[in-house]
Design a protein around this ligand. Structure first.
Ligand code: SAH
Length: 483
């Protein structure tokens, strides 16, 4: 983070602004709106000041600021448009230890002015750390268009009930749950539809009915986080991630996804370290049960889809047995993610009328018992999860059971992530290719003639864009030759 985002209390405090043009007026006006007394130093005030010159907290000084003017200031702004004058103001402020902002001169700033979405009392401030004010403005425009103006009044309504709810529900997490229900339910619906009286009545009813035993009940969200690209999260996943009190995650969780979980949520790592034992599944399930019984909203985040080789079934069984309510949110499985981002369709009318998902990982204690006769059939695609460890032996067995050694094969490592790699070959060559390319996973193995389609769907160089931050497959359709 370039700077610390904070909201500064200016009520009853004094702020000085040097400059008489539009940037100075904008800063003076914002400071007035935040309740400050504002002294503007400028020989002449431009038209942009017209709206604020009569404000009782506004003072116009026609002289240049002096050291004495810095005494007792909360903040200072320099926006004269003249480098020397701005620097002089900055020097005065710095001497008096008053935080200074100099318009368009980040190197002289103690603090910068964010782009603002104002739905008073809801205020959203956006910064790019000075990297690109234009980008900040673009994001603001987007937020302006998606956050209804009524949100400000809705926030004010919530604020006006805070104390009453505090008396009714003493527990913080119960209060939070109450508001989430109210704000995701009928109260907000009515309010945003312009029926504010009905919304208020609804809120009164909910308040009277607020039941602390019901609100004390915890819940578990078993959420599929997709294969890596955060854009592939579902809306529901994101909503529940923003609501959790505690999150349990393991090594397979795509990096970057955790940043989207509610910041205050407690993080519990339950995965295995490279050469250490994993936390046993029973222990994870027991932990989920215990946390939910404590009244927490427990987020269990899984890579891909929770029911696709994710042991999600085992976890909800334990929760159901303990009488705990569970929401399961599907995620984009890595099979779908790798297929799309590597340009390898899993089915195709000319190539594969079936697609089989198998695990290459044996259950501890038992051997791997795959129905090889079914797997070696033609006109289908075989997707192998967790197959990297035993790839050579798996490919041997595939051929030993009658499979075609020349069948196209691919490995997709870190599918949908910025570091995605795709290695192609045949059943015979793929294990060697994986080793020589240093593939370490997570990786999916895809067997079938659909793999050859990649040649036509993806230009040489792979599907990953060179542009920083863009690693979608968005350009694949544009370069696709009709099949
Ligand atoms: N529930 C997950 C799979 C869990 S099993 C899902 O639906 O995708 C773990 C295996 O998934 C890994 O060993 C690897 O084979 C595969 N996998 C998960 N994420 C992957 C990714 N981003 N790229 C390639 N393979 C991945």
């Amino acid at each position: 983070m370039e700077q610390l985002p904070i909201f500064f209390q200016l009520k009853g405090k004094t702020v000085a602004v040097a400059g008489g043009g539009a940037p100075a007026a904008r800063r003076a006006e914002l400071a007035l709106r935040a309740g400050a007394r504002v002294s503007v130093f400028a020989t002449h005030l431009g038209d942009d000041f017209r709206a604020i010159v009569d404000d009782p907290h506004f003072v116009h000084e026609t002289r240049a600021p002096s050291a004495a003017d810095m005494a007792g200031l909360a903040l200072a702004f320099a926006a004269t448009g003249d480098r020397a004058s701005d620097e002089a103001m900055a020097a005065l402020a710095r001497e008096a230890r008053v935080p200074i902002n100099v318009a368009d001169t980040p190197e002289l700033c103690d603090f910068i002015m964010p782009a603002i979405v104002d739905r008073d009392p809801l205020v959203i401030a956006i910064s790019t750390g000075g990297a690109s004010p234009i980008f900040a403005r673009m994001i603001r425009a987007r937020l302006e268009s998606t956050i209804p103006t009524a949100y400000g009044r809705l926030v004010a309504l919530v604020g006006s009930y805070r104390e009453r709810l505090g008396q009714r529900l003493s527990d913080l997490s119960q209060r939070r749950r109450f508001w989430e229900r109210a704000l995701e339910g009928r109260v907000a619906d009515r309010f945003l539809a312009g029926r504010e009286d009905e919304a208020r009545a609804e809120l009164e009813r909910a308040l009277d009915a607020a039941d602390d035993t019901e609100l004390a009940q915890g819940e578990v969200y078993l959420v599929g986080a997709g294969p890596g690209d955060p854009d592939l999260l579902t809306f529901r996943a994101l909503r529940l991630m923003q609501r959790a009190d505690v999150v349990l995650y393991d090594r397979l969780l795509p990096p970057g996804i955790l940043n989207l979980v509610r910041r205050e949520a407690e993080h519990i790592y339950v995965g295995k370290e490279p050469d250490r034992h994993a936390v046993p599944q029973e222990e994870i399930s027991a932990k989920l049960v215990r946390l939910a019984k404590e009244g927490k909203r427990v987020l269990r985040l899984k890579g891909g889809d929770p029911f696709m080789f994710g042991r999600g079934g085992e976890e909800i069984e334990a929760l159901a047995a303990a009488g705990i309510s569970v929401q399961v949110v599907p995620g984009v499985t890595s099979a779908a993610g790798c297929s799309a981002y590597a340009g390898i369709p899993l089915t195709h009318r000319d190539h594969a009328q079936a697609c089989v998902f198998v695990t290459g990982h044996a259950r501890s204690g038992g051997g791997l018992s795959l129905g090889w006769e079914a797997l070696v059939q033609p006109h289908q695609t075989v997707v192998i999860f967790m197959g990297l460890g035993q790839l050579e032996s798996l490919m041997h067995q595939f051929v030993a059971h009658g499979g075609n050694p020349a069948l196209p094969a691919a490995i997709v490592e870190n599918g949908t992530r910025p570091n995605q790699r795709v290695v192609t070959g045949t059943v015979e060559t793929i294990a060697g290719a994986a080793a020589s390319e240093g593939i370490v996973g997570p990786a999916l193995v895809i067997l079938g003639t659909v793999v050859a389609l990649r040649e036509r769907l993806v230009p040489r160089g792979g599907p990953v864009s060179d542009e920083p931050g863009i690693f979608s497959n968005a350009h694949i359709p544009a370069t696709m030759t009709p099949v």
